[in-house]
Design a protein around this ligand. Structure first.
Ligand code: DGI
Ligand code: FE
Ligand code: FE
Length: 193
C-alpha cells in the first residue's frame, strides 16, 4: 500500500533532488519493495528507506560537513576527502529523522549504511544496499545481470559480490576505501556463504 506518508516523502524528494537523482530514488524504492516481497520483509519500510536513502545527495560538501558538526558526528579522514560519496549516507540518516520524521531505527540504519554496508546487517539494510546497486537505471557496474538475478535468490551472496566489485572498482580508480567497506567485505567473506 502506498501510504500518505510515502506520498509526502515522494513530493519532498522531487523538490529536494535533481531530476536524475529523483528518478534513481523512485527506482531504488520500488526495487527495494520488490526485494522485500521476495525475501519476506516489510515493504513499507523498504519503500520509505528507498525514498529517503539519497535525501542528502544534492547537498554541497560544505553543508554536509556543517550538518555533521552540528550533530556532533565524527568525520573520518576518508569521509572528509570524499564528502559527497560517503557523508551523504550518514547525513541522510540524520535528515530522515530530523527533517522527514522517521523514527524507525532499522530504516535510519539502512540509510546510514547504504554506501559502505556494515558487518551483520539487518535484512532491510541488505535490501536497501542491494536495491541501490541493481535498480534498473544503473548501467555501468560490471556483472549487473548476474547480480540482479542473484539478488532475488540470496541476499548475503549478493552483498558479497557487490562489495567485491566495489573494492575492485575503488582500487582500479584510485578511490580511497572507507575502512567500513573493507570491514563489511571481510565479514561477509568470512561467513563462507
Ligand atoms: O549515492 P549513489 O550514487 O546512489 O550510491 P552509493 O551511495 O552506494 O555510493 C556513492 C558512491 O560511493 C559510489 O560511487 C560508490 C562509492 N563508494 C562506496 N564505498 C566507498 C565509496 N567511495 C569511496 N571513496 N570509498 C568507499 O569505501
Ligand atoms: Fe547513496
Ligand atoms: Fe542511491
Amino acid at each position: 500500500m502506498i501510504t500518505a506518508k510515502l506520498k509526502k516523502l515522494r513530493k519532498a524528494m522531487e523538490k529536494e533532488l535533481n531530476h536524475k537523482r529523483y528518478e534513481h530514488t523512485l527506482s531504488v524504492a520500488y526495487t527495494a519493495a520488490n526485494l522485500a516481497m521476495v525475501h519476506n520483509s516489510d515493504t513499507n519500510s523498504a519503500l520509505i528507506g528507498g525514498m529517503l536513502h539519497d535525501c542528502a545527495k544534492c547537498i554541497s560538501d560544505n553543508k554536509l560537513i556543517a550538518i555533521c558538526e552540528k550533530h556532533s558526528l565524527n568525520i573520518s579522514e576518508v569521509e572528509m576527502n570524499n564528502p559527497s560519496a560517503l557523508l551523504h549516507a550518514k547525513v541522510g540518516a540524520v535528515l530522515a529523522n530530523d527533517k522527514y520524521g522517521i523514527n524507525d531505527e532499522d530504516i535510519l540504519n539502512a540509510i546510514k549504511y547504504h554506501t559502505t554496508g556494515r558487518p551483520n546487517m539487518s535484512k532491510l539494510e541488505k535490501i536497501l544496499y542491494i536495491a541501490d546497486y541493481i535498480e534498473p537505471g544503473r548501467k555501468h557496474a560490471p556483472n549487473l545481470k548476474q547480480i540482479r538475478a542473484m539478488a532475488y535468490q540470496d541476499l548475503d551472496k549478493t552483498l558479497l559480490k557487490i562489495l567485491e566489485d566495489t573494492l575492485v572498482y575503488l582500487t582500479s580508480s584510485d578511490g580511497q576505501i572507507d575502512p567500513m567497506t573493507k570491514k563489511t567485505y571481510d565479514y561477509y567473506k568470512n561467513l563462507n556463504i
